[in-house]
Write a protein that binds this ligand. Structure first.
Ligand code: TYD
Ligand code: MG
Length: 460
């Protein structure tokens, strides 16, 4: 009996999906959980319950009205743009996951936050599994950070974290990165799905039972999702993506999940020689110096988070090899470009079948707002006909498959920004509602469908 018990108690191998966390006893090409191919990897699961979840003390249910609201106060991270994405600041007892490409500036951002928090009289623990103390020190001196309230720790074993926290009592803990820490309870390697889940669970436990804020750095995969299963995103309170093109200085903090505030808020930062700087007035940074004689360039009013941004879109339409034409988009989804081209071809007979189409959003931002469709169509048409668009015009509208121009949300806020930036003309979807004040200062043209629109901008 005893030997049998031991046998069952031995470590078992499981196959776990990297994307959704589905577990299976045998390897399969396709994950039954999420349908992804080749995402199952083998991991050794210890059959003992991890130490983190020992029998807890019983707690009593509390009436909702009796829970003190003071627990939900926030404090500033010292960086306005980060506070904005967080929904107004750091909430004690929360876990914030920051994901982004390697080299985008995650460690820099968090070191700067550590410094700001340290200066406000709080203690910070910076746990790095990726860089040595001297490397962090080097970055700190580059950023001009000399802060005795920021403590550095190079220990990847998460089992000791609780002890360190009791010793040091920090208010903010930064784990750089969650893929490099591990727990001894599991024998799988750091970064594996079960380690990620285990370590994140330990950290959320530590956060919930204290007033500490935890920042976790997470790596992203080639496709741009956080490495590790979606499960990781479910376990934490806030998920922020740090985006941008490495060759541009601009960086965007994008909230994708927030238990304490609105999501889809963005923060704008700029990487300089001395760390990240906030962009306070983002109005002009995504506009290049326009030349009136160049075709294929259009300005759109995109709405990112809670504010409008004027961004220039450039298109280049050139003769291609019939049958092997290329469509390349940077800054918008490739499929969206294909869709807009298809609508142009079908609804207006614009012949792009033998042309290569390249599209570029300036500044290295990625636009998801559907209201920029019209501007994309305008830029493509302008390049196709080699006819420059008016310099002082902005385009707003979503393109439906039928060729109709759909209404856009937050129209007034967009118009306000357009006016502030000194543009004189704007194209909006027909039937849009906006204040009388705008129609006096701006030449507002309403378009119902693609035909109207092309007649308006391409008239000779
Ligand atoms: P880092 O924070 O190490 O990125 P991550 O942690 O996301 O991998 O940032 C690395 C890049 O940022 C590196 O290419 C150099 C650049 N950088 C600056 O341009 N200015 C600076 O002041 C610092 C510290 C880094
Ligand atoms: Mg780093």
């Amino acid at each position: 009996m005893v030997s049998m018990g031991k046998k069952i108690g031995k470590n078992a191998n499981r196959f776990i999906c990297n994307t959704c966390g589905h577990e299976s006893m045998k390897w399969m090409g396709k994950c039954p959980g999420c349908g992804n191919w080749n995402s199952l990897t083998e991991e050794v699961i210890s059959s003992q319950r991890p130490k983190g979840v020992t029998s807890q003390q019983r707690t009593k249910p509390t009436a909702l009205a009796e829970i003190p609201t003071t627990q939900a106060y926030r404090y500033s991270s010292g960086m306005g743009e980060l506070d904005r994405v967080l929904g107004g600041g750091l909430v004690p007892g929360s876990v914030i996951l920051v994901g982004g490409d390697p080299g985008i500036g995650k460690s820099t951002l968090l070191l700067q936050v550590a410094d700001q928090i340290g200066r406000s009289g709080r203690k910070v623990l910076y746990l790095s599994g990726e860089e040595s103390a001297s490397q962090i020190r080097l970055r700190a001196s580059r950023l001009g950070i000399e802060n005795s309230a920021v403590f550095f720790l190079n220990d990847q074993n998460i089992d000791f974290l609780g002890g360190y926290l009791q010793e040091l009592e920090p208010d903010l803990v930064i784990i750089d990165s969650i893929q490099t820490v591990y727990s001894d309870d599991l024998s799988s390697i750091p970064g594996s799905v079960s380690q990620l889940r285990e370590c994140t669970a330990t950290i959320t436990d530590l956060a919930k039972t204290s007033d500490r804020v935890f920042f976790l750095v997470g790596h992203v995969t080639k496709e741009g999702a956080l490495a590790g299963p979606k499960v990781l995103e479910h376990m934490v309170d806030v998920v922020i993506y740090f985006e941008g093109e490495k060759h541009f200085p601009f960086r965007i903090l994008r909230g994708v999940k927030n238990r304490f505030g609105a999501t889809d808020e963005i923060g704008l930062l700029e990487m300089s020689g001395v760390g990240l700087r906030e962009i306070i007035d983002p109005a002009q940074i995504f506009l290049s110096c326009k030349d009136s004689s160049v075709s294929g360039s259009a300005v759109v009013g995109s709405f990112e988070g809670s504010r409008p941004l004027l961004i220039e879109i450039q298109a280049l339409v050139v003769a291609g090899n019939p049958g092997y034409t290329r469509r390349m988009a940077s800054g918008i989804d490739q499929n969206r470009l294909a869709l807009i081209i298809a609508v142009l071809e079908k609804r207006r007979g614009v012949n792009l079948a033998n042309s290569d189409v390249y599209l570029k959003v300036t500044g290295g931002v990625f636009l998801r707002d559907p209201a920029v469709d019209l501007g994309i169509a305008a830029a493509i048409l302008s390049s196709h006909r080699d006819k420059p668009l008016p310099l002082d015009m902005v385009y707003l509208g979503e393109l439906a498959l039928s060729g109709e121009i759909r209404a856009v949300p937050f129209l007034e806020a967009r118009l306000k920004e357009i006016e502030k930036m000194g543009y004189r003309n704007v194209v909006v979807p027909a039937g849009s509602k906006y204040g009388k004040a705008f129609s006096q200062q701006l030449g507002v043209s309403e378009v119902k469908n693609l035909d109207d629109f092309i007649d308006l901008i391409m008239e000779d």
